[in-house]
Design a protein around this ligand. Sequence first.
Ligand code: AGP
Length: 612
Amino acid sequence: MCGIVGYIGPKDAYPILIKGLQRLEYRGYDSAGVALIDSDLKLYKNYGKVADLEEYVKGKDLAGNIGIAHTRWATHGEPNQVNAHPHFSQDKRLALIHNGIIENYSSLREELIKRGHKFESETDTEVLVHLIEDVKKNENVDLVEAVRIALNMVIGAYAIALVSVDNPDLLIAARKGSPLVIGIGEGEFFLASDATPLVEYTKNVVYLDEEEIAIIPRNGNLEIKTIKNKKKTPYVETLELNLSALEKGGYDHFMLKEIYEQPTSIKDSMRGRLDIDKGTVKLGGIIDYEEKMAKAKRIIMVACGTSWHAALVGEYLFEDIARIPVEVEYGSEFRYRNPIINEDDIVIAISQSGETADTLAAIRMAKEKGATIIGVCNVVGSSIARETHAGVYTHAGPEIGVASTKAFTAQVTVLSLMALRIASLKGNIKKSRFRQLLIEMETIPEKVEETLKLADEILDFSKIFTYSRNFLYLGRGYNFPVALEGALKLKEISYIHAEGYPAAEMKHGPIALIDKEMPVVVIATKKGAYEKVLSNIEEIKARKGRIIAVVTKGDTEVKKLADFMVEIPETEEMFVPLLATIPLQFLAYHIAVRRDCEVDMPRNLAKSVTVE
Ligand code: AGP
C-alpha cells in the first residue's frame, strides 16, 4: 500500500519526512516523493526507492517547516516519475498525496478536462487535487471547505494529505477506507499512514475515523470534522507498540498480518468491478479482449507455485461457469515443451510479483506463437503485466511474507470475476442465477472475517502436530487445488513434508501411507462430491489416520469421524476455495511458529523467483 507522511511545526520538515518514508518502506512501493513549503511550494518525486529520492534531491532547495511525503504502490497508472506523488493542482499552488482507489476518477477527469484542466499523469490522485482546486475557485470557498465538498464527490477509498502555498500554516488530511494517524507533539504535528513514523517523536496519537477531515494548524489545536461538516472531538490515544511490532501492524509476522488482511484485500479485488444493482461484472483491464475470451476454444493458464494453484481453481471456474476448456501449465514446463499454440488461444498468466522468470518466459513464447496474453498480477507495472495484451490487477496490496496468502485469495477472486464476466457475455448463465452469484460473492469478505475467527481453535489442535513428519491434504473438485495450496503452505514455512491429492486418488497409492502417525487434512465442505469425500474419510479412519476436517458450518456427519474439525460458513461451490484456504493458512502458520521457523522468510525461498 502507499505510505503517507506529513509534518507541520518549527523544525525542518524534510529530514522528518524522509525518515518517515524509510519507516514505511516495509509496506512495499515503487516510487517516492516529497512536497515542502517555504516561501514557495517545492515538489520532488522519483521512480525508485527512498534512497533514490534522497539522491535526486541532493543540492535542491529543501527548506520548509511544513511538508508531505509519499511512497507509491501503483494502482492506477504505471510506476514512474510522472505518476509518483505528490501531485500538483493546475495552478501548482496545491500539492496532494493519496493512498487508496478513487473509482469514479475517470468521469471526474473528463468533467475537469471540459473545464480546462490539463493532466500530466494517469493517476486518480491528480484528478482529486485538480477537483479540490476547481471547487475552491468555482464555489469561492476556503481550502478546508473545498476539500470537504470534493470528497463528497468521490467514490472509493482515500487517505490524503494536502498542502497549499497560500496556506503555509495549515496541513489538511482526510480518510475513507485507508488509515491515517496524527501524532501530537510539543507545538508540532505529525501525520502518517500508520504509527510507525511517529513513534520516535510522540506517543500521543489520534486515529482518523471514516470520512473525517483533520485540520492541522501550525499553532493551535487539531480540529476534526466529517465530510458531512459535523465537528468531532479528537480522541487522543497513547501508543503502546514498539517500532518493529508496528511495521507488522501489531502482528508477530507479516504472514499473519496478511492472512488477516484478506477481508480487505478480497474487497479491494472486487472494488468497482462488481455491481449488484446493475447485476454486472466490469473488468476495465480486459474490456478490449473479453469478446475474444468469450469466443475462445481454449484457455491456457500459466503460473508457478501458489499462483499455479490459483490457476487450477481458475480451471474449475472457467469450465464450470463459462464453459470454456482450460489447460493449466507450470511456467517452467510450458516454456520448454514446444507446446501447440493456436492464434485463437487465450493464455492467462497468473503471478503475484509479475516477475517470475518461468511464467514470463512462458508468455513470451506463447505471444510469439500468436496467442493473446491476459495477466492477473498484483504488482502494477511488473514485467509480466507489461508484456501481456491486457489484464486485471488483483489489488491485494504488497505481500511481504514469502508464503503467499492474500495474493492467492485475490487471484481466485479475480479469476471468479473473469469467469462470471465471460459467462455473462456468452449468455450461458441465467440472469437470475448470475445475480444470485454476484450477491453471494459480495458477502465473501464478511464470510472471510467469520472464518478468521477459527484461528484460536486451530492454534489449539495444531500443537499436537508440531513434530509430525508428514501430512496428507485431500480435496475434490474446487477443493482439490485448495488441498495442494494447503500442503504447499505447510511445506514452505514449517519444512514438514506434505502432499496434496484429489481425495479419490488416495486409493491409488497414498492410502499405503496412512497410519496413526499420519495427519490427513480433508476439505469436506457440503458442496460437490460431499458423500464421496465422506467415504474417503471412512477409509482413512479405518486405517487409524488422524483426521483434520474443514467442513461447512453445521456439518454433523464428518463430526462423527474427524479427530479435529473446523466449520466454515456456507457459500456457493465456486467460492468455497476463498474460505476453505484460510484454516489451512492458519494451520501451517501455527505449526511453523511452534517449530521456531522463519515464517516470513523461510529457508531457501525468495518472494519472487526471478531466475530459472
Ligand atoms: C507461494 O507461497 C510461494 N511463495 C511461491 O510458490 C510463489 O507462489 C511462486 O513463486 C509464484 O510467484 P508469483 O505469484 O509471484 O509468480
